[in-house]
Design a binder for this molecule. Structure first.
Ligand SMILES: [Zn+2]
Length: 402
């Protein structure tokens, strides 16, 4: 049990690893909320602690099971993003193997081992369909938004919420928890509710909890009429921007860099080529794009200086859904230098020259994300082929086409 402080509320609460578990009055989906994977992002922890406690009183109106889980307990207690390494960058296959093969875990590994066990137990003992939601906040000012790995199940479920969606961030980050869960085939969304210590970040997390439970089928509107207020709240907070964006660039930094954003830049603000954005080790960094700025860094910890995003055209989204549905990526292996990794046909191994020749957008259309393997080969993992489609096929939102 640890104490967590919210500067926004000027309040301290104590939470366990499992903040709460609500077993509903009848069968239904399992919705798992994570919060505080980054210890200085407490909005989701406060929202879950309070809302799930309230929901306990209305248990009989809940279908299925709801979990609220706290992420980095030691960092939450310290009010820091992490203690020795970022808990949201270590969910890679290598690190998980390492975790299971050793007993003496240090700091963030201990947190990861505990979370991994809970996640495994949930998948083993609870009923599907499963939904995983991870709450975060940002160091800059921002409207609330969703981040997802670009799988059709994630797109369709995310589109129910009246906030912008950002795709493709996983290509720039190594080992976020949600990418790991997504690769297991489940719906998994990140919700960034606002700036770290603003009261709105807590309020918008509360709204998101209620809407997620509604859309997943845990609750129905007639029992929880306040859901429409929450919908309007998020719609207003995101200034009616519910477009889909993709990450096109990241300005990465390392611990030794002296990085400083120009003051008062916001996520989603439009930027022009040549705009003075930041300084790094006294060198001025200018925008190379006419696009939008995304998650500019205004804190000491973290290795992403800023991202650049661009709106995706609806036509592109439609085409990519059709191509994935038809499994058109199967045609790629007809090309020289591209082969399936194994019988499961979830991963392609491609010659780098071919990948360059085909260009990234083709692979994005087909649902692949890139991972460098060796100097001349690349491993491409398909999000669609990993999705547990049968688990979600009968859900109302799955039938909503692009
Ligand atoms: Zn975070």
């Amino acid at each position: 049990m640890v104490e967590v402080y919210s500067p926004a509320l000027e309040e301290t609460i104590t939470v366990n690893r499992i903040i709460n578990r609500i077993d509903g009055g009848s069968k239904g989906p399992t919705v798992v909320f994570f919060a505080g994977i980054h210890g200085n992002e407490t909005a989701g922890v406060f929202a879950l602690e309070k809302e799930l406690k309230k929901l306990e009183g209305q248990k009989k109106d809940v279908k299925g099971t709801i979990y609220g889980i706290s992420g980095n307990l030691r960092a939450l207690k310290a009010g820091k993003r992490f203690i020795s390494e970022d808990l949201n960058r270590i969910w890679t296959k290598d690190r998980l193997n390492q975790l299971n093969n050793q007993n003496n875990h240090e700091l963030e590994e201990k947190e990861q081992a505990e979370l991994f066990k809970i996640l495994t137990d949930i998948l083993k003992t609870e009923q599907g369909p499963f939904y995983f939601i991870d709450f975060h906040t940002t160091s800059s000012k921002t409207i609330p938004f969703i981040t997802i790995n670009d799988a059709i199940i994630n797109r369709r479920f995310s589109k129910l919420f009246p906030v912008p969606i950002v795709l493709g961030i996983e290509e720039y980050l190594n080992g976020p928890l949600l990418s790991y869960i997504n690769e297991l085939g489940y719906v998994s969304l990140g919700f960034e509710s606002g700036q770290h210590d603003e009261i709105e970040a807590i309020k918008d997390s509360v709204a998101f909890i209620h809407l997620a439970l509604l859309f997943a089928g845990c609750t129905i509107h007639s029992n929880f009429p306040e859901q429409s207020i929450y919908y309007d709240q998020l719609k207003n907070a995101s200034k009616n921007m519910a477009d889909i964006f993709e990450v096109i660039d990241l300005y990465g930094i390392s611990e030794v860099d002296d990085f400083k954003m120009q003051p008062e830049l916001k996520s989603f603000q439009e930027i022009e080529k040549g705009l003075f954005l930041a300084t790094n080790n006294k060198e001025r960094i200018y925008s190379a794009y006419n696009a939008r700025l995304f998650m500019p860094l205004y804190q000491n910890q973290g290795s992403e200086g800023f991202f650049v995003i661009r709106k995706i055209k609806p036509f592109y989204l439609k085409i990519s859904a059709i191509m994935r549905n038809w499994k058109m990526d199967g045609l790629l292996v007809l090309l020289p230098g591209i082969n399936w990794e194994d019988e499961s046909r979830k991963t392609l191994i491609a010659n780098l020259r071919i990948v360059k020749f085909l260009a990234k957008p083709i692979f994005h259309l087909l649902g692949y994300r890139n991972r460098q393997l060796t100097e001349d080969k690349i491993r491409l993992h398909n999000r669609e082929r990993a999705s547990k489609l049968d688990m979600y096929r009968n859900e109302f939102w799955f039938k909503n086409k692009e």
